[in-house]
Design a protein around this ligand. Sequence first.
Ligand code: NAG
Ligand code: NAG
Ligand code: NAG
Ligand code: NAG
Ligand code: NAG
Ligand code: NAG
Ligand code: NAG
Ligand code: NAG
Ligand code: NAG
Length: 476
Amino acid sequence: MAEAHGLIIMLLIFLEKLSHSKVLLADANVTCIIPDDCLLPCSFRPVGTVVIHWYKQQTPVHSYYYNKDQFGHQNKHFSGRTCLFNSHIPQGNASLLLRRVKVQDKGRYKCYTSTRKGNQEMFVNLEVKAVIQSVIMEMTEETVTCSSYNIYPVPQVTWATDPPSAQEALENSTIKTTDHKGLFNVESTLRILGNLSNYTYYCSFIAADKTQVWIASWKNQEGIIQEEGLALSIPCIALDSSQNFSLTWTFTSSTEPTVILRYDTKTRHSFNLWEGQAELDQDLLLLGDGSLLLLKPDIEEHSGTYTCTHSGLQSRHIIQTKVNITVASIIVDDRSVQRSWWSTAASVAFFLFTITLALPQCARQKALKTRRASQRYNGAGFVEDGLHKHLNTTARYIIGPHGDECNGTQIKFEAQDELAGCTPNTAEDETEALPEATEEEQEENPVGPLVEGNDGQPSCSVEREEFENIEPVHTS
Ligand SMILES: *[C@@H]1O[C@H](CO)[C@@H](O)[C@H](O)[C@H]1NC(C)=O
Ligand SMILES: *[C@@H]1O[C@H](CO)[C@@H](O)[C@H](O)[C@H]1NC(C)=O
Ligand SMILES: *[C@@H]1O[C@H](CO)[C@@H](O)[C@H](O)[C@H]1NC(C)=O
Ligand SMILES: *[C@@H]1O[C@H](CO)[C@@H](O)[C@H](O)[C@H]1NC(C)=O
Ligand SMILES: *[C@@H]1O[C@H](CO)[C@@H](O)[C@H](O)[C@H]1NC(C)=O
Ligand SMILES: *[C@@H]1O[C@H](CO)[C@@H](O)[C@H](O)[C@H]1NC(C)=O
Ligand SMILES: *[C@@H]1O[C@H](CO)[C@@H](O)[C@H](O)[C@H]1NC(C)=O
Ligand SMILES: *[C@@H]1O[C@H](CO)[C@@H](O)[C@H](O)[C@H]1NC(C)=O
Ligand SMILES: *[C@@H]1O[C@H](CO)[C@@H](O)[C@H](O)[C@H]1NC(C)=O
């Protein structure tokens, strides 16, 4: 057996030297998305057995000879991440599947194939990119910050306002750092000049290849003051309702931000923590108006900062509004005027009655009536010294210093973007060990290496303990 192999190899070398038929082709250009799987194309004219070697510069990436994968010389960097389409090799397919592509995989690869009809070198330039998956926007009293993580290559960040400001006025500082994987984290901070209110601040993250633009915006809307009990609409007009989006209302008072309402136009899934207290008009929402209606606002429960977040495919727009629910002003309405008129008239009649007819008998009853009237007076809301009375019935009339607790400027909106176009397949797992596939298994599995999951065996290979001692020689 070994003799036969040796013979074949010598024959291959001989033929190689004899033919010198190297085929030169233009480099193929491939761009792969981190951390997806990546196909490096290569094909050859199939004639009998083949020797395949993939290199990145001088680094051995993957080898195949004696009709099987050979891992003896594979560089550790590629360990467990490469495979060929073994069942397609007899048809001349030497393409390499590189799994969970990384920044460091970027470069020029050589696919060397050798058959008895000659050998061939093909080159593939691999570009990699990690797409922008979210933009996080934060606002403080003095600054507005946009950040995005795990991007490659480094994106460009720009700022704008509405109404527009001069570019010079937008004093920004952008910090770009790389993590251990070589991915960029970008954080850009803009100093707020002049009035905070009524300006919409926009930041854009533009991918290096310009194929992606993410936009985030923040607007601190003018505060709303409303009397308790009166329905109130907090405006949130979406900038772009043409695509699928989700809308989230968040409420912050003294505590952590709470998501009170959420609606997704794509799934039509909705969530309302304040059922019966707050609502969205879903028809208006589909037209881009996500204003929140507070049905019967309450001083204690509904005063605070309301944040409307509109998340589209590559956008996130935030509108923040401070809402101050105040004590209801005391209105003496017609009915109570009438009631007091009637009661006055009744009192007069009663008084006349008592003095003319029943004075002696009713002296005791009159005293009782007076006491009852004064009780009614109190019940109408004149709690003169009631500022801190926490009686259940009068609590709604208490004016308290709740304002200091409204501290909504620091909310973070993390990206949990169900709508984002690209979903990375798996988390990084450097030590992943794939089940070792035997050749028999591979043959039973016509789809070969592409099958991944519980049932199929990825024939993307693990390092093998044993490998052939005899290395086919190749010329390059
Ligand atoms: C790949 O890109 C290089 C330069 O960027 C170019 O010269 C070459 O023609 C491209 N190859 C193909 C197949 O387009
Ligand atoms: C090789 O086979 C794979 C899997 O079927 C396919 O995706 C790829 O396009 C093929 N490549 C060539 C060069 O034929
Ligand atoms: C932000 O800063 C960069 C460089 O730091 C500058 O080129 C740019 O003009 C600044 N302004 C805006 C609006 O991006
Ligand atoms: C800022 O707002 C105040 C009142 O809210 C106004 O008087 C002033 O003109 C505003 N300044 C700018 C630069 O818009
Ligand atoms: C903010 O905008 C609203 C509506 O666009 C306007 O009524 C209000 O006067 C503006 N406030 C300031 C301070 O510019
Ligand atoms: C919204 O999502 C649905 C469901 O995925 C899709 O069919 C539709 O084309 C999307 N619409 C837009 C405007 O992207
Ligand atoms: C308020 O009402 C609750 C139950 O309704 C009761 O347990 C509590 O004692 C009341 N508080 C006052 C101050 O009356
Ligand atoms: C709410 O409005 C009342 C009355 O206008 C005022 O006294 C109070 O300070 C306001 N609270 C906040 C948080 O602005
Ligand atoms: C408001 O924000 C500031 C700045 O982060 C923080 O120091 C302070 O504790 C916050 N106050 C409340 C009541 O949350």
